[in-house]
Write a protein that binds this ligand. Structure first.
Ligand code: URP
Ligand code: ZN
Ligand code: ZN
Ligand code: ZN
Length: 498
């Protein structure tokens, strides 16, 4: 593939690989429509040393400055992908895209920051954190971490404090599925939720009932269904709905906010919508695959083709994706991730005789901005400002205050997706052959142009780890609700002692 990065040691060098065209960090973007989550206007944008210094019409600058003409184009914040798995050890394999290849691809697609999930090492959060900092040393774009909680004891509880107070993490994920590996039971979930609440950290769930999935898998194998279609059949929407509802009820009991990752079904979406309507602090994240794909591919007679689409929760029957799009448009779901988790054909083939062994996951980091634009904005389902909110700024309000990374999207240009031209390491692409309107022509990350004229100019090691503070807006007023609850308990019950 076309990964065009070079070593940090020769960024100013003579190695013949692509280097930053100008070390000058002054950029003027002329005449575009500048969009944020609430507003758009035609204006120029002037960037100096990675900071947006001015947004106004007719900015005048000297000759030493790189000028990019954005007339007729949209100038927007770079995308933030809230859900990725780079270089993750999972299901007997390790995801094929590491921090550098995944991020390089993301930058080519207009995403300038992502939040990856740290997996503890033998249950140790500190060891997991160290391992992921190591994995991320060659990062070429900004990144943050969520942390998975896979077992419970006093050490884990103390390490959660360290992660939040010293390591810049403000979210913890609980897998209610993957029995025998990552799955946690309700007792652990309750402990975790209480701890999250005390730390001001956002609890996240992978919502599928893992015990029932285990049962569903046995049922399929007994029926002789061993191919990729067995994956979808073994874990139907009802199991996602159940786990989503359970998590929502438990966070209501504990009184702490919840983020539901990869909402794939109407069943889960409706639980989230109902909870939000009743005032619960629940955020729902659909992912690109769930919005756009449907499960027919899992029945393809070619195992290798079908296996590409195996992820959890599974890609659903067609009605689910369109309902999730509508829910996103109406604000019932809040932001779009990818759950980028790639395995190549050889890795996927581990499950050729048994769908339970197919490593779960699909690509998306490079395609998200294009596919969401084409599916949601071009179709008229959402506005350009909504686009900025669901692909970028909503993520900021949940977690981060990132710096001013920018993309320029040309609405009149088109994109086409193929594994022949994508920038991942993986050899397949679940959106192979997709075409659409709207193309990210320029990506500016950390004040540098990293993608322009279909060329990448990334610097391994230039990406920064972004620390995320606890107690986001989702925690505002939680203490008041607690006080109200406690005072309601104090209503005295007078009982005679005789
Ligand atoms: O299939 C998936 N989703 N793989 C990544 C791990 C997860 O559950 O998020
Ligand atoms: Zn998950
Ligand atoms: Zn995931
Ligand atoms: Zn940045």
């Amino acid at each position: 593939n076309q990964n065009q990065f070079c070593d940090a040691t020769n960024i100013y060098g003579n190695s013949g690989c692509n280097v930053p065209s100008s070390v000058s960090s002054k950029i003027l973007i002329n005449g575009g429509t500048v969009v944020n989550a609430h507003h758009k206007e035609v204006a120029d944008v002037y960037i100096e040393d990675g900071i947006i210094v001015a947004v106004q019409p007719n900015i005048k600058v000297g000759d030493d400055i790189k000028v990019i003409d954005a007339t007729g184009k949209f100038v927007m914040p770079g995308g933030i992908d809230p859900h990725t798995h780079l270089a993750m050890e999972f299901m007997g394999s390790e995801t094929i895209d590491d921090f550098l290849s995944g991020q390089t691809a993301a930058l080519a697609g207009g995403t300038t920051m992502h939040i990856d999930f740290v997996i503890p090492v033998n249950g140790s959060l500190s060891a997991g954190y160290e391992a992921y900092i190591e994995k991320a040393t060659r990062s070429c774009m900004d990144y943050g971490f969520h942390m998975a909680i896979t077992k419970w004891n006093e050490t884990v509880s103390e390490e959660m404090e360290i992660m939040v107070n010293e390591k810049g993490m403000n979210s913890f994920k609980f897998f209610l599925a993957y029995k025998g590996s990552f799955m946690v039971n309700d007792e652990l979930l309750m402990e975790g939720l209480k701890k999250c609440k005390s730390l001001g950290a956002l609890a996240m769930v992978h919502a599928e009932n893992g015990d029932a999935v285990f049962e569903g898998q046995k049922r399929m194998i007994e029926l002789g269904i061993t191919g990729p279609e067995g994956h979808a059949l073994s874990r139907p929407p009802v199991l996602e709905g159940e786990a989503t509802a359970r998590a929502i009820r438990l966070i209501s009991f504990v009184n702490t906010p919840l983020y539901v990752v990869h909402v794939m079904s109407i069943d889960a979406m409706e639980e989230i919508a109902r909870a939000r309507k009743s005032g619960q602090r629940v955020v729902g994240e659909p992912v690109v695959s769930g919005l756009l794909l449907n499960d027919s591919v899992l029945w393809d007679p070619d195992f290798h083709f079908a296996a590409r689409y195996v992820m959890s929760p599974p890609i659903r029957t067609p009605g689910h994706g369109t309902a999730l799009q509508a829910a996103l448009a109406m604000g019932l779901l809040q932001l779009v991730g990818t759950d980028h988790c790639t395995f190549n054909s050889t890795q996927k083939a581990l499950g050729i005789d048994d769908f339970r062994k197919i490593p779960n996951g699909v690509n998306g980091m490079e395609e998200r901005m294009h596919l969401v634009w084409d599916t949601m904005v071009v179709s008229g389902q959402i506005s350009v400002t909504d686009y900025v909110r669901i692909t970028s700024t909503e993520c900021n309000t949940c977690w981060v205050g990132s710096d001013a990374d920018i993309i320029i999207l040309n609405p009149n240009s088109s994109f086409e997706i193929s594994s022949k031209s994508h920038h991942y390491r993986t050899d397949t692409n679940v959106y192979e052959g997709w075409r659409g309107k709207g193309k990210v022509e320029v990506t500016i990350a950390g004040g540098r142009v990293v993608w322009e004229n279909d060329e990448l100019k990334v610097i391994p090691g230039a990406g920064k780890y972004i620390e995320m503070p606890p107690f986001s807006y989702l925690f505002d007023g939680i203490d008041k609700a607690d006080a109200k609850y406690l005072s309601s308990l104090r209503a005295p019950v007078k009982r005679s002692t005789t």
